[in-house]
Ligand binder design. Structure first.
Ligand SMILES: Nc1ncnc2c1ncn2[C@@H]1O[C@H](COP(=O)(O)OP(=O)(O)OP(=O)(O)O)[C@@H](O)[C@H]1O
Ligand SMILES: [Mg+2]
Length: 280
C-alpha cells in the first residue's frame, strides 16, 4: 500500500451560515489520478481552494505526507508541493512564455541567472519543458502567452508545476474549453505526470475524460462526499447518474416503490409525492 500524499479527515467549510463542504474525508496517493466529480455548485472548486491554501477549513484536518498542515496562504500549499492549475492556466496573456513560466516562482534567495531575470534562459527552459510534454510547435520563449492555444497554455502551466517540483497537481476543468484533439493531448500530459509519480486531482464534468485517466473517483453532491470508488467499480451510467445528483433520485425511486408496496400497488398521490420530493 502506497502512503497517501494528502489525507483529509472530516473537512468542513462554511461561509457564514452556509455550509459548502460537509465532512470530507479523502486520500490522494502518488502516481494516481483522483477525479473529482459533481454537479454545478457541488463544492468542487471550494474543496480545491481549501487544498491549495485559498480557504482555511472551518473544521477537520489535513495531512501532507503524514504531517498535519494548516495552510494560511497559497504559498504554504505550494511550499508543500501542491500546484493548482486554474481553468485558464493561471497565465498572463501579455507576458512572454519564459516570463510567465517563472512568475511567482522566483527563488527566495537569488541564484545564478535569476538575480536579474534572464529572459533568454527562462524562455529556453519553458520551451524545453513544453517540448518534453509533446508540445513541439513552440520554439520561441519570447512569444506571448496570449498567442498560445488552450491546450498549449495548459501544457505550459503543467510543465511549470512539474519543473518546480510539484508533488500534487490540481487541475480545475483543464479540458472544458478545448477541442477533442487538444483535450486528448492534455489527458496524455496528465497520464505522463501520473507516470512520473505525481498525485493528480482532476476536476471535470466530462465523464469520458474522467474514465480515461482516473484511478480513483470522488463525487460531491451538495458539499458531501456521495461516492468514493476506484476504477472499474462503477459503470459509466452509474457515474453519470451520480454526477447529476442521481443518488437523490435513486432514493426517491426506492421510496416510491416502498409506497406502492405498502399501498397495494397504488402510486403516491400528488400531495404525497410532493412531500417526498421536499424531503430530498
Ligand atoms: N466565498 C463564498 N461565499 C459564499 N458561498 C460560496 C463561496 N464560494 C462558493 N460558495 C458557494 O458554495 C457552493 C459550491 O461552490 P463551488 O464553486 O465550490 O462549486 P463547484 O462544484 O465548483 O461548481 P461548478 O461545477 O459550477 O464549478 C455554491 O453554492 C457557491 O455559491
Ligand atoms: Mg467550480
Amino acid at each position: 500500500m502506497t502512503a497517501p500524499f494528502l489525507k483529509l479527515t472530516d473537512v468542513c467549510k462554511s461561509f457564514g451560515s452556509t455550509q459548502v463542504l460537509k465532512d470530507i474525508s479523502l486520500e490522494v496517493k502518488p502516481g494516481e489520478v483522483l477525479c473529482l466529480l459533481g454537479d454545478n455548485g457541488a463544492g468542487k472548486s471550494t474543496l480545491i481552494k481549501v487544498l491549495s491554501g485559498f480557504h482555511e477549513p472551518t473544521s477537520g484536518t489535513m495531512e501532507v505526507e503524514g504531517e498535519p498542515v494548516k495552510f494560511k496562504s497559497p504559498r504554504d500549499a505550494s511550499d508543500r508541493g501542491i500546484a493548482t492549475v486554474h481553468q485558464f492556466g493561471g497565465t498572463f496573456p501579455l507576458m512572454s512564455i519564459g516570463r510567465s513560466f517563472f512568475v511567482g516562482a522566483e527563488p527566495k534567495k537569488g541564484w545564478g541567472p535569476f538575480k536579474r531575470f534572464d529572459n533568454k534562459f527562462a524562455g529556453e527552459i519553458a520551451v524545453r519543458e513544453m517540448r518534453s510534454l509533446g508540445i513541439t510547435r513552440i520554439t520561441d520563449g519570447n512569444r506571448l502567452v496570449g498567442g498560445l492555444s488552450g491546450g498549449e497554455r495548459q501544457a505550459l502551466a503543467i510543465g511549470r508545476a512539474v519543473h518546480f517540483g510539484a508533488k500534487l497537481l490540481i487541475l480545475d476543468e483543464p479540458t472544458a474549453a478545448l477541442g477533442v484533439k487538444e483535450a486528448t493531448h492534455v489527458l496524455r500530459i496528465i497520464m505522463q505526470a501520473r507516470q512520473q509519480g505525481l498525485a493528480v486531482i482532476l476536476v471535470t464534468h466530462n465523464v469520458t475524460h474522467a474514465m480515461k485517466v482516473g484511478d480513483h473517483f470522488a463525487v460531491l453532491i451538495h458539499g458531501a462526499l456521495a461516492a468514493d470508488f476506484r476504477k472499474g467499480e462503477r459503470t459509466r451510467e452509474e457515474i453519470t447518474d451520480l454526477m447529476a445528483g442521481g443518488e437523490a433520485m435513486a432514493e426517491l425511486e426506492a421510496e416510491i416503490a416502498a409506497y406502492e408496496t405498502a399501498h397495494e400497488g397504488h402510486a403516491p398521490e400528488a400531495g404525497d409525492l410532493e412531500r417526498m420530493l421536499n424531503e430530498k
